[in-house]
Design a protein around this ligand. Structure first.
Ligand SMILES: [Zn+2]
Ligand SMILES: [Zn+2]
Length: 144
């Protein structure tokens, strides 16, 4: 029996097709050569079919996740390289409750752009750079 391949349109012997119980005549609609060719393209990421929308969406999600990983990765890197001290590097108070604070707000991958601060110093510092909280912070700075 001979059959036409739906991709290359060649009339080929049934031996050139894979068996597929759901397909016409119990064979795949595409010949083995075309199926293998498609598989090669797919492996290289060149095969574009109906699922294109889904692929784009996945890429977007991947990018978003990538940014998150980049930030937490930096945080982890600093944490493992900048040894946590016994006391706050802002006020010198001895405490175990220290937060890693960024100095320039640019989140540089440099150890001298980071410091360990107690909760109070960290809040003061963040407050100073946040314009919306200026009024509140001024009062808090007076209390401190
Ligand atoms: Zn074919
Ligand atoms: Zn402090």
């Amino acid at each position: 029996m001979e059959k036409e391949c739906s991709q290359c349109k060649q009339i080929r012997d049934e031996l050139c097709f894979y068996t597929n119980k759901d397909g016409k005549f119990g064979l795949t609609s595409k010949c083995k050569d075309c199926i293998q060719y498609n598989a090669r393209l797919r492996r290289r990421g060149l095969y574009i079919s109906k699922g294109r929308k889904g692929i784009n969406r996945a890429e977007k999600n991947g990018m978003w996740r990538g940014d998150g990983v980049k930030y937490s990765g930096l945080h982890l890197w600093i944490k493992s390289h900048l040894k946590k001290p016994d006391c706050c590097q802002g006020c010198g108070e001895k405490t175990s409750k220290l937060d890693l604070a960024n100095i320039s707000q640019e989140y540089k991958r440099e150890l001298n752009d980071w410091e360990w601060l107690c909760r109070r110093c960290h809040m003061n510092k963040d407050g100073r750079t946040g314009n919306l909280l200026v009024g509140k912070v001024k009062r808090r700075d007076l209390l401190v």
